[in-house]
Design a binder for this molecule. Sequence first.
Ligand code: FAD
Ligand code: EPU
Length: 355
Amino acid sequence: MAIVAGRYNRPAMALPLSVRYGFPLRDHNTFGIEADAHAYLPVLSADALVAVRENETLAGLPRLVLGGGSNVLFTRDFAGLVLHMRSIGIEIVGEDADVTYVRAAAGENWHRFVQWTLMQGLNGLENLSLIPGSVGAAPIQNIGAYGVEVKDCFHALTAFDFETGKILALDKPDCRFGYRDSVFKNGLRDRAVILDVTFALPKRWQPNLRYADVAQELHARGLAAPTAHDISEAVIAVRTRKLPDPAVIGNAGSFFKNPVVPAMQRDALLARHPQLVSYAQPDGSFKLAAGWLIDQCGWKGKSIGAAGVYEKQALVLVNRGGASGPDIVRLAEAIQADVSARFGVMLEPEPVFVH
Ligand code: FAD
Ligand code: EPU
């Protein structure tokens, strides 16, 4: 990890900060949960973060960095400062024999960014089409879908370190990417604000058709040699069929991570449940399909009050209208208890709970 001089390290300025108080967040989280932020600031550049850090009142508040709000669950009003990443800009910043480097600002919409790369003829991110949220949040949980994770095309990022006030440059090993995990959920948690991300997109592109749903969709479309654009379209079709559109019904995608268990535990479960869906991992462990476990417990389509389990995908919890954060938590805990009692596996939530 390096500290960067230059681009962002301008001398601190006494910026007029357009902070708003008692700001409603319902339209800024895809669950559509009613919650207010004590204070709210749209962030267009690192200058705003420098100014917050130097402002006595604001610096003392708890902070929440917010992108598209598609992986957060507000459990009550947030008694701190929301820093809403609104920076924009996409640029091709270099190339070598193997890859093209593209940098995007944290506030760019992820799907629009993926579509922009494809329109430039740059491939590699197509399997990650239609994932909601911002570019800056993509490394936080190393977003993944249909056989690809963001780490596969990640090159580097810059982040503002609230602890030191310095700009950090992180490369791929620095980020310690794992399944739905990174250094930003561990050592740099509540400290680093990602400012921009640089991707290395391969010049000798190979389609990734490992995920059966996508391969089947392409087959159904009669596309034996699909382009990256074809794959993007197929992914969009599969996702649209399976996952609820947050504009229509509030949700945060998968509510739980797929649990990873030792081979012995998976073998014991398989002996009792021959239909168990599991995927072998490179280290010999197995990832279990949490959606299958929840489905088997009979939760699909069920609700507790206004908090529900999506009819087409049991791993997705939904707000059927007017659900509060605690309503969603109550449903999640009931599901965890059932899955634990039946399969001996504790499900871990994927979204970040904001208290
Ligand atoms: P937010 O929800 O705003 O924030 C999430 C976390 O990241 C918070 O802790 C926040 O503080 C932090 N954060 C955000 N921006 C920054 C920043 N610039 N610097 C530092 N910290 C930051 N995820 C997948 O991996 N794969 C999927 O297939 C997938 N499908 C989804 C489908 C639906 C319908 C929905 C609603 C969600 C889905 N998700 C999926 C989850 C979500 O889209 C991702 O986690 C996404 O990266 C969240 O981006 P965001 O900008 O909305 O982050
Ligand atoms: N399944 C059921 N019943 C259900 C749901 C799923 O039996 O109600 C079974 C399916 O039949 C399938 C298996 O479970 O055999 C896996 O389901 P699916 O292919 O829908 O994927 P998933 O494991 O539920 C993961 C990610 C998604 C990502 C998709 C596609 C996690 C936690 N979720 O879901 O990511 O889009 O794979 O790659 O890893 C997210 O993180 O928010 C997210 C949506």
